[in-house]
Design a protein around this ligand. Structure first.
Ligand SMILES: [Zn+2]
Length: 79
């Protein structure tokens, strides 16, 4: 199970970027249904992306992205 979590979280970003194959997407979606910690991580990441998309559209400065990324990795809300 822990192995699956590592894989799911590693692929989460690609999933959100729409860069995964159908097989990989289904694998992650199935994992999220069974694993609430990963689902929470997924929801959090998806929410951050929505905020970034709202604020920056396609032109989010790299510095802001890095700050948000650091906040995610630090376990703190970015806004
Ligand atoms: Zn998991």
């Amino acid at each position: 199970m822990a192995d699956n979590c590592d894989v799911a979280l590693a692929e989460l970003y690609q999933y959100l970027d729409g860069e995964l194959t159908d097989d990989a997407r289904q694998r992650i979606e199935q994992h999220l249904r069974d694993c609430s910690p990963c689902l929470e991580a997924f929801d959090f990441e998806a929410e951050i992306r929505r905020l970034v998309a709202d604020r920056c559209r396609d032109q989010c400065p790299d510095a802001l992205r890095q700050r948000i990324q650091a906040a995610i990795e630090g376990g703190e809300a970015a806004v």
